[in-house]
Design a protein around this ligand. Structure first.
Ligand SMILES: Cc1cc2nc3c(=O)[nH]c(=O)nc-3n(C[C@H](O)[C@H](O)[C@H](O)COP(=O)(O)O)c2cc1C
Ligand SMILES: Nc1ncnc2c1ncn2[C@@H]1O[C@H](COP(=O)(O)OP(=O)(O)OP(=O)(O)O)[C@@H](O)[C@H]1O
Ligand SMILES: [Mg+2]
Length: 464
């Protein structure tokens, strides 16, 4: 079988592992469901083209176990569904039908929306599971596993996502290594294809001396920018810009003129054993105080997922912002990020954008098929990039993760954080604050306390 052969003969270990895992998912699904009970959702896009060949290879390997296989191009009995739309690119339509003809796909074309179309299909056919080319990083992938039941409100079926953990880079490595056809739009600078109304070529591939000539999609160096050619929808991903609604604080107005609160969490056994003097916590306390924030608590916890999770869970609801440092790195004992994911009840998932930053630092020294440091809490993570930082600051809702291990590094990260916060709506919250001293002739301390409670803003006044 040509796909299986091409992957086994290539020398890309990462691709081989991704391929083995994906075809394994296909084989397990085919062991669980009969051929009549599965369907393949194919739309001619690059991810579903990868999936087509993974399914062909997975089916071949499944049948090989039963000694009843010929590996022919047209040996593909899985029902294929295509939701046709008048808004689709003609190139996508023709590629879909041409591919169906080459590989003998039995295509059911559906002209309804996804949900109604699936409802009608499932009434008519015994389908129980559908293969999709969804990948982590797609807006619809959040919370999905390789086997994910359809969402509440959708007809009941299993979503099968064999290439869920593939990156943009993996997709192109596969298509080019296997030398299979893909839709011609990808050679014209399109990197992710939606409808004709929301998709243009990716401007990052524009050939500099020409406004309408683009390089092919596989030359996009940073997979995180795959959707740069898609019309913007509300999203948590920032691409270096900080969205107004994402400062992690609940309501701006309620904070105006009142004191913002922070908690600081240090993670590290060495601090608790007394082997290391913690200089970073006091530094952060001073910095927070200098911008008028009140530090409610500064705690230290063990390098252990549950200790981090419990402390983050406590502090994130108590304070406006939580700053956490220590336990961020490549060691097995570095569990801060896993603890934060646990505190928010989300899983760790590969973050393609973060992986690209790490790749630039580690370069070719990066071995293996998965960079564990690029696993970040799914659906709640924003990367705040600053030119002075080699990797961005990581923000999970109102928790800021600082990877500094010494004061000069912390100073740099703090300065960058302040600058980035100023460029977002956090600016209003970082307005200079004025501390005023009063002298009173009131004789007893109790009267002084009363005065503080009656007009606190006199003691802490925002500049406006
Ligand atoms: C076969 C199939 C099954 C789907 N199942 C679900 C589902 O269970 N829950 C859901 O919210 N969306 C489901 N969707 C919709 C997708 O999540 C998503 O909205 C769709 O692929 C459009 O993506 P786009 O807006 O990026 O083009 C399904 C789509 C397809 C084609
Ligand atoms: N119109 C459709 N008909 C059938 N399946 C679809 C359709 N739209 C999306 N899908 C399914 O959802 C998956 C994810 O869609 P998505 O647009 O992210 O990927 P793609 O179209 O394969 O590639 P690209 O990201 O380049 O557009 C597809 O691989 C396919 O399985
Ligand atoms: Mg698409």
């Amino acid at each position: 079988m040509e796909i299986d052969k091409a992957i086994r003969e290539c020398d890309d270990r990462r691709l081989q592992t991704k391929y083995n895992n994906a075809t394994y998912v296909v084989q397990r699904a085919l062991a669980l469901y009969s051929i009549e009970e599965v369907a393949f959702s194919f739309n001619g896009g690059k991810d579903s083209t990868v999936l087509l060949h993974i399914l062909r290879a997975g089916y071949f390997l499944h049948k090989k176990g039963q000694n009843s296989v010929n590996g022919d191009l047209k040996d593909f009995p899985i029902r294929t569904i295509y939701f046709e739309s008048p808004c689709a690119f003609p190139e996508i339509n023709s590629f879909t039908y041409d591919t169906a003809a080459i590989y003998g796909l039995q295509i059911d074309t559906i002209s309804l929306d996804f949900k109604s179309g699936l409802e009608a299909l499932l009434k008519e056919k015994p389908i129980r599971a559908i293969f999709l080319g969804v990948r982590i990083g797609d807006p619809t992938a959040v919370g999905q596993e390789q086997f994910s039941p359809s969402s509440p409100g959708w007809p009941p079926f299993m979503r099968l996502n064999p290439i869920l953990d593939w990156s943009y880079r993996d997709v192109w490595a596969f298509l080019l290594t296997c030398k299979v056809n893909y839709c011609s739009l990808y050679d014209q600078g399109y990197t992710s294809i939606g409808s004709i109304y929301d998709t243009v070529p990716n401007s990052l591939l524009c050939i500099s001396n020409s406004s309408n000539k683009f390089k092919p999609a596989y030359l996009l160096a940073d997979g995180r920018l795959e959707r740069a050619g898609r019309a913007k929808r509300p999203s948590t991903s920032t691409g270096g810009q900080i969205p107004a609604e994402s400062n992690g604080l609940t309501s701006q107005d309620s904070y105006k003129n009142s004191m913002l609160t922070a908690s600081i969490i240090a993670v590290g056994d060495e601090i608790l054993f007394g082997n290391l003097e913690d200089l970073l916590g006091p530094y952060l306390c001073r910095k927070l105080h200098s911008i008028g924030w009140s530090v409610l608590q500064h705690s230290a916890v063990h390098n252990n997922i549950d200790s981090v999770a419990e402390e983050v869970e406590r502090q994130k609801s108590k304070s406006d912002m939580v700053f956490i440092y220590g336990g961020v790195g490549p060691l097995h004992s570095d569990v801060t990020i896993a603890g934060i994911a646990k505190a928010f009840g989300v899983r760790l998932a590969p973050d393609e954008e973060f992986e690209e930053y790490l790749r630039h630092i580690i370069g070719d020294q990066c071995t293996g098929d998965r960079n564990e440091m690029a696993q970040l809490p799914e659906g709640i993570t924003e990367l705040w990039h600053h030119d002075k930082l080699s990797v961005p600051l990581i923000k999970c809702e109102n928790v800021i993760i600082l990877s500094a291990t010494n004061v000069p590094e912390m100073e740099k990260q703090w300065d960058c954080w302040i600058e980035l916060a100023k460029s977002s709506d956090l600016l209003a919250l970082l307005e200079p604050y004025v501390s005023k001293h009063v002298t009173t002739s009131l004789s007893d301390a109790l009267s002084m306390v009363r005065l503080i409670f009656m007009c606190p803003s006199f003691f802490l006044i925002a500049s406006d």
